[in-house]
Ligand binder design. Structure first.
Ligand code: HEC
Length: 291
């Protein structure tokens, strides 16, 4: 294999490795930033949901009970779950790609039904009763999200007044939600997880696009670089060496001894040319002496 091809192959491999490393590094960097941003956004939404829930339970509910009494059960103004669900439905009208879910194993409200991944999360919370929060990445309907989750555990019997035996549940509740789903929960069980999903698919797609772009630019750069190296080699290395090889062969055959070897460059090839030229002169003189 000629020096030129060997050298070019080496440069091509090294540049390709550098290009792949650059694309990969850029993807990882942008992915990290996307997650960081999702985390910040998610924390705000999550905090807002928790705060509105706490405000409702601690400050509004006692006033509502005092004003309306406990005889009648009106979910819209008496269930923190109904209130938070309603607030998020409004929030989602303008921020469509965020998801908030009170993912529940056996819910009263069908849209709260946990999917397979959420069921796993609830089971995890149930197995580790000390776990109060979890966050991470999750794929939902083919799209990636960053989620924040908090467990809902049945910690006292009062929950079972409405979620235990349907026979004990308020009449109004049975009228609205029926008596099939959302009942027979057990005390101590982790029944649900409140989850905020922040969309990260778009940011990840953009990170992928960016790294593809960098890779293409890198590869394009390599091609141009290779062309330049090829031209440089041909002009300054291969062409003069072929010429010197021809002249050396001629000298060995005693041909063209009177023709000077022209080596204008001041580099190693130039020195080699001048050395061969001195050889030519010596041989020429030697041959003249023996004529
Ligand atoms: C007075 C009745 C009542 C009590 C007491 C009650 N809930 Fe509920 N709960 C409801 C109703 C009604 C809903 C549905 C609200 C809606 O429309 O989103 C609900 C919804 C929920 C949900 C959302 C999943 C679903 O079923 O749709 C969870 C989780 C939940 N409750 C947990 C609890 C826990 C834990 C307690 C005890 C701390 C409790 N509830 C006490 C009536 C009650």
């Amino acid at each position: 294999m000629s020096i030129r091809v060997r050298f070019m192959a080496l440069i091509a491999i090294l540049s390709l490795i550098a290009s792949i490393a650059l694309a990969y590094g850029s993807y990882k960097f942008n992915e990290k930033n996307a997650l960081k941003e999702a985390k910040l956004k998610g924390e705000i939404v999550y905090n807002y949901m928790s705060s509105s829930r706490d405000y409702f339970s601690l400050h509004q509910l006692p006033v509502i009970y005092a004003a309306v009494g406990r005889e009648e059960f009106i979910p819209e103004i008496m269930s923190s779950f109904a209130v938070v669900r309603g607030v998020f439905e409004k929030f989602q009208e303008n921020t469509t790609d965020y998801i908030f879910k009170q993912a529940t194993k056996n819910p009263l409200v069908a849209s709260n039904k946990a999917d397979t991944e959420e069921l796993k999360l609830i089971a995890e919370f149930n197995n580790d009763q000390t776990m109060e929060q979890k966050e991470g990445r999750m794929v939902k309907d083919g799209k990636e999200y960053y989620y924040f989750a908090q467990p809902i555990r049945v910690t006292d019997e009062t929950c079972l007044e409405c979620h235990g035996d349907p026979a004990d549940a308020p009449e109004e509740q049975l009228d609205i939600y029926g008596d099939e789903n959302g009942y027979n929960w057990e005390n101590g069980d982790t029944v649900s997880a409140l989850i905020v999903y922040v969309p990260i698919q778009k940011a990840l797609d953009e990170a992928k696009q960016m790294s593809k772009f960098l890779f293409l630019i890198g590869t394009g750069g390599i091609v141009v670089l290779m062309l330049l190296i090829w031209m440089f080699f041909s002009l300054y290395v291969v062409k003069p060496i072929i010429m010197l090889e021809q002249r050396a062969t001629e000298i060995s055959l005693g041909k063209n001894l009177d023709k000077k070897i022209d080596t204008p460059t001041q580099d190693e090839i130039g020195s080699l040319g001048r050395a061969i030229d001195r050889l030519r002169i010596s041989i020429e003189k030697m041959l003249q002496r023996y004529k």
